[in-house]
Design a protein around this ligand. Structure first.
Ligand code: NAD
Ligand code: UGA
Length: 473
């Protein structure tokens, strides 16, 4: 099928590359001319496993890049909207980019078009696009609007796209449903995974679940999925705070909770909170939808509040371990909002570093992929090291802020020798306290008792167990 993908960001670029990998003829459009020039020059632009290979195989053959949206819309049967939907006023999604693309489609359309809405949008956005098309004189038989939310994660975006758990298609006509099945057929019938040279699937890949729903349901599935995952993270972070205060170990607690198959182990890693371009804004946008429905739910507000407080809690931990922060040299491992990506949007790691700088610390940072992007935000306020060990040299403490795999396998003896003070504060629980202690490092992590940080004791009073401040062990 001839597909135009509008937007060449994380989602647009990955979707365009993967649709071409599935055999479609794709033009990926962006109104950022510099971005398109770079893509045309063979640059990959984002750090994503397998993206260089997929672009290399398809660019110039089934995949092209262009700034000419008018031509792309005219020549395509399916038009995929993949532009940004940032947080707007009062937490609502800012739909101005979607609005401008929808207007352009309505004006340029010539013959049948399948409009595939992939950006994350609030419920009724698809209905609004349909209304706009009709108001612009497009006949109902000449277009369909489909909600096809995207569930990929940054860092594993290509694998997530080509081996998804589920594909959700919200459509109101048989014609649209038929076209969508055609677009995804190599994933639905397994033919893609059998191709020699296909991107390898994950070890535990299962058959994809293909869900056909109404457009409103599809829109809600996306917002509710992100809100639920964010809720799981805030929940475990709250439990981590309790664990730490009463001398429990959040890693034991997490294993215990997650072993219940109804709950599962995933998205129960305690840390410095969730970040990224999606969870914070999608939780806020879903809250706005709930408010508009007249529901007085505080659940999602609490999810955001707990998340924001994780940063303050971690900074407090650093203060508690180091004492006065002014003038202290801190080695910071991680700048990206999560491991495996160079994306620093809403990164908790950047927030922690900004907090440390505000208190007068000197920060030397290292990230395997996100240093260039971080420089645009942090500039010269931070020194950038070439690796984790160079960052650690002569530091008064090392903080781990992003869950990069390489940060979990550091040479601890070498680290011990390099640090001026053998102190590690781990915001991602990448190590066991025993391992760190054997390496001679003083170790603080999230939600784990370290022999000192228990702050609550107990007493039985009138048949009820009272928790009260503890005065050390
Ligand atoms: P992004 O900001 O990285 O990319 C958006 C791109 O759209 C930019 O390159 C911008 O120049 C381009 N653009 C804006 N207006 C345009 C126009 N009128 N014509 C052509 N191009 C235009 O955003 P993203 O991270 O790719 O996210 C896109 C959407 O997908 C959002 O709604 C987001 O919530 C959703 N989403 C993102 C992820 C993710 O992991 N990043 C995952 C699932 C869903
Ligand atoms: C998330 C969702 O996982 C995707 O399904 C969704 O498509 C996407 O948002 C989106 O809509 O944009 P992503 O933001 O790439 O994907 O990253 P995640 O792996 O979900 O991590 C988000 C944040 O939560 C990161 O800061 C990560 O460090 C943190 N996290 C994740 C935890 O603190 N604990 C966990 O157990 C898991």
């Amino acid at each position: 099928m001839q597909i135009a993908v509008i937007g060449s960001g994380y989602v647009g670029l990955v979707a365009a590359a993967c649709f071409s990998e599935l055999g479609h003829k794709v033009v990926c459009v962006d109104n950022n001319a510099e971005r398109i020039a770079a893509l045309n020059a063979g640059e990959v632009l984002i750090h994503e496993e397998f993206l260089p290979e997929v672009l290399g195989r398809n660019h110039g053959r089934r995949l092209t890049f262009s700034c000419d949206s008018a031509e792309a819309i005219r020549s395509a049967t399916a038009i995929v909207i993949a532009v940004g939907t940032p947080q707007g006023a009062d937490g609502q999604a800012d739909l101005s980019y979607v609005e401008s693309v929808a207007h352009e489609i309505a004006q340029r359309t010539n013959g049948y078009k399948l409009i595939v809405e992939k950006s994350t949008v609030p419920v009724y956005t698809n209905a609004w696009i349909q209304k706009l098309m009709l108001e612009n004189g497009c006949a109902i038989e000449d277009f369909d609007v489909v909600s096809n939310p995207e569930f990929l994660r940054e860092g594993t975006a290509i694998t997530d796209f080509l081996y998804p758990d589920r594909i959700v298609v919200g459509a109101d006509s048989d014609r649209a449903r038929k076209f969508m099945r055609e677009i995804y057929s190599p994933l639905l019938n397994g033919s893609y995974s059998r191709e020699s040279g296909a991107v390898p699937g994950p070890d535990n890949a299962e058959d994809v679940e293909y869900l056909e729903t109404s457009t409103q349901s599809a829109e809600l599935i996306k917002h509710a999925s992100n809100a639920f995952l964010a809720m799981k993270i805030s929940f475990i972070n709250m439990v981590a705070s309790v664990s730490e205060r009463v001398g429990a170990d959040i890693e034991e607690v997490r294993r215990g909770i997650g072993s219940d198959k109804r709950i599962g182990q995933k998205f129960l890693r305690a840390g410095i909170g969730y970040g990224g371009s999606c969870f914070p804004k999608d939780v806020a946008a879903f809250q706005s939808v709930a408010r508009a429905c007249g529901s007085r739910w505080n659940l999602l507000e609490e999810v955001s509040r707990i998340n924001q407080e994780q940063i303050a809690r971690f900074l407090q931990k650093v203060r508690g371990a180091i004492g006065t922060l002014r003038g202290k040299r801190i080695a910071a491992l991680g700048l990206a909002f999560k491991g495996g990506t160079d994306d620093i949007r809403e990164s908790p790691a950047i927030n922690v570093i900004q907090g440390l700088l505000a208190e007068g610390c000197k920060v030397t940072a290292f990230d395997p992929a996100a240093m260039e992007k971080a420089k645009e935000v942090l500039g010269k306020s931070v020194t950038y090291a070439q690796d984790a060990y160079a960052a650690a040299e002569n530091a008064d403490a090392l903080v781990i802020l992003t869950e990069w795999k390489e940060f979990a396998v550091l040479d601890l003896k070498r680290l011990r020798r390099l640090l001026a003070v053998p102190l590690v504060l781990d915001g991602r629980n990448l190590y066991s306290p025993e391992t760190m202690s054997q390496a001679g490092l003083t170790y603080h992590s999230v939600g784990r008792y370290n022999g000192k940080n228990r702050s609550l004791d107990f007493a039985m009073q009138d048949g009820a167990l009272q928790l009260r401040p503890a005065f050390g062990d």
